[in-house]
Design a protein around this ligand. Sequence first.
Ligand code: NAI
Ligand code: PYL
Ligand code: MG
Length: 264
Amino acid sequence: MALLTPEDLANMTNALVENDRLIAELTDYSLDGLCRKVYGTAPNKEKIGIIPVTAGGGIIGSFSESLLFAVQHFGMDGFITENTDVAGYYEAVTKGADIILMADDLAYIAHNLRNGKLAHNQICTGRIYAEILCNAKDYIDGKDVLVIGLGKVGTPAVETFLNKKQNVYVFDVDSKRIDEIASMYPVFKYNPEKEPKSFFKIFEATPCADTICESVLKENSIVSTPGIPRGISDELIEKYNVRVVLEPLGIGTLSMLYAVFDSA
Ligand code: NAI
Ligand code: PYL
Ligand code: MG
């Protein structure tokens, strides 16, 4: 999995505030409100324990602190354990954590110790970034959506769009992956050479820049993209007045927490 860097997280606090405002402008829901709608759950004063993990590439500077900021930004009670790994897990449980957040290089999870619910960051990120497009009020009638990047984040997004009856066009540099997805889901293979098409709604989840070319854009397109680095250039954003929803960690984290909260 592509790992975040401290540089990716440097502007996370501003990005979370800006994206929360943009999501409200696009959907009439705050991010918090959209998560309630999507999952049918609500927080109930849960204590959230954040455990730094040294496995694999090790601690990522400000990763745990970024999670704590997101938890507190949404009015929840959280703490970072002083210990890491197993000792940190023990500390979190003995300090009364109801929900555990922790990540190694392969998985970032939320686990609710009270109801047993478990959430995975890549699944919850794909789902919530797709739901932002599905709930965009300007284009609620427009069913076409382009998904670029059919990996562990993009695939849950495809599933979310299909559940919401969208016309899903898919693209990936790995043509075998396109064929796999097309064999599993009722999607359209997007081929810019054969049949160029532009979209109001574009979802991108790749680890590459400049994956969104001019030919797929319309005036005022919305790009909902967890992919890091950003897949669309400043120049195209400006030229087409593109609204871009992109934030490195907080949006996906809130989605994970609502996935493990109790039903509202
Ligand atoms: P993945 O490796 O499972 O999937 C990436 C997919 O993109 C692959 O199928 C690959 O073939 C495709 N791809 C690569 N370059 C491409 C290009 N130039 N054009 C089209 N397709 C291309 O990765 P995963 O786990 O799905 O993550 C995707 C991105 O999302 C990564 O950059 C990751 O860091 C980021 N991410 C961001 C989060 C957030 O909260 N903002 C949360 C989780 C992941
Ligand atoms: C969850 C992020 C989103 C994109 N890539 C994922 C990533 O960077 N995963 C690695 C997280 C490692 C955290 C480290 C720590 O500081 O506890 N083990
Ligand atoms: Mg995010």
